[in-house]
Design a protein around this ligand. Structure first.
Ligand SMILES: Cc1cc2nc3c(=O)[nH]c(=O)nc-3n(C[C@H](O)[C@H](O)[C@H](O)COP(=O)(O)OP(=O)(O)OC[C@H]3O[C@@H](n4cnc5c(N)ncnc54)[C@H](O)[C@@H]3O)c2cc1C
Length: 283
């Protein structure tokens, strides 16, 4: 196996033009597959030396995250202040070792239905910046994750960054698993309130082949909110919201859980997240 330690995006793109070459970031998904014998790359393009993929920056109402941003870096106080749900999601990932190595680009490219950043990116309508032999293109996250462990990258393409809007309003990420730490989500949910646009965004993880937006539930809740007080005049709205979110799920039975439990759990997460955002007591 050959290993290229790329130092620029152009160098990585050019090396990935070789059909046998595969990108390596933190290795927390990649090396598990290699060690299990499910992956036998002939050539590896290591991205860790590409400065342009690291760090984050804010410009106007957007934050741009380099593809090599780690979970630990997502917990940076300034970044967490701008993207609190992403920081909450990052905090739930793996162990400190995994959070130090694993990257947002790797989570996106792996496109696991249980990927913890994906519901947050879906709720915020993130844009994925991709570089390839034909130049750079933007892909909305909803079009980027095309199925379980499938993404929209074309041969030779690389994720370079993810752009997210900075919204005013409550944000949170919630996750259910078999224990509180080091756990793959059985159901997860990201909620983001946009007080300027008077909208609510809600995306679900681990309850469908891709992250799902609960659009009917979003509109229902936004219509219930007293936006001047940021409160729910009718607490019964919470239960309806939870039910609409549960209906939006497309869960399956698998080794981690049943479809019925997943649907129930994501509804409970929705009621609790909305209660946190607007007050009231969830069931
Ligand atoms: C013990 C353990 C616990 C874990 N816990 C969680 C968890 O709680 N939640 C969770 O969501 N995940 C979890 N994971 C999975 C993993 O840590 C994440 O998916 C992580 O974000 C992968 O990032 P990486 O940088 O390590 O990617 P890598 O393993 O380096 O790569 C993963 C895939 O992405 C591709 N890739 C990487 N970067 C790019 C890029 N810039 N452009 C194009 N393709 C790219 C690689 O070719 C590969 O196919 C866990 C893994 C382990 C081993």
């Amino acid at each position: 196996m050959s290993v290229l330690l790329a130092t620029s995006t152009d160098e990585a793109v050019s090396a990935l033009a070789d059909a046998d070459a595969q990108a390596l970031a933190g290795g927390t998904d990649f090396m598990v597959e290699v060690n299990d014998g499910h992956r036998r790359p002939k050539a590896v393009v290591a991205l860790g030396g590409i400065a342009a993929l690291r760090g984050w920056e804010r410009s106007d109402d957007w934050v741009r995250l380099g593809a090599a941003l780690t979970y630990t870096e997502m917990l940076d106080r300034d970044l967490a202040g701008l993207l609190p749900a992403l920081a909450q999601a990052a905090r739930t990932v793996g162990s400190p070792q995994i959070r130090n190595a694993g990257t947002i680009g790797g989570n996106l490219a792996t496109a696991s239905p249980a990927g913890d950043t994906l519901p947050v990116l879906a709720a915020l309508d993130a844009v994925v910046e991709v570089a390839g032999p034909d130049g750079v293109r933007d892909v909305p996250v909803a079009a980027f994750v095309t199925g379980p462990k499938r993404n929209a990258l074309r041969p030779g393409e690389l994720i370079v960054a993810v752009r997210l809007p900075v919204l005013r309003g409550h944000q949170e990420y919630r996750k259910v698993g078999v224990r509180n730490a080091m756990v793959i989500a059985v159901a997860s949910l990201a909620l983001a309130v946009d007080t300027d646009g008077r909208t609510v965004r809600c995306a679900l993880g681990s309850v469908g082949p891709v992250p799902l937006r609960a659009t009917e539930a979003e509109s229902w809740l936004a219509g219930c909110v007293d936006w001047d007080r940021l409160a729910l005049p009718d607490p019964a709205c919470l239960a309806v919201f939870a039910d609409l979110v549960a209906q939006a799920a497309r869960p399956i039975d698998d080794h981690r859980s049943t479809a019925a439990y997943r649907r129930h759990a994501v509804g409970v997460l929705a009621g609790r997240a909305a209660a946190q955002a607007f007050g009231g007591a969830a069931a």
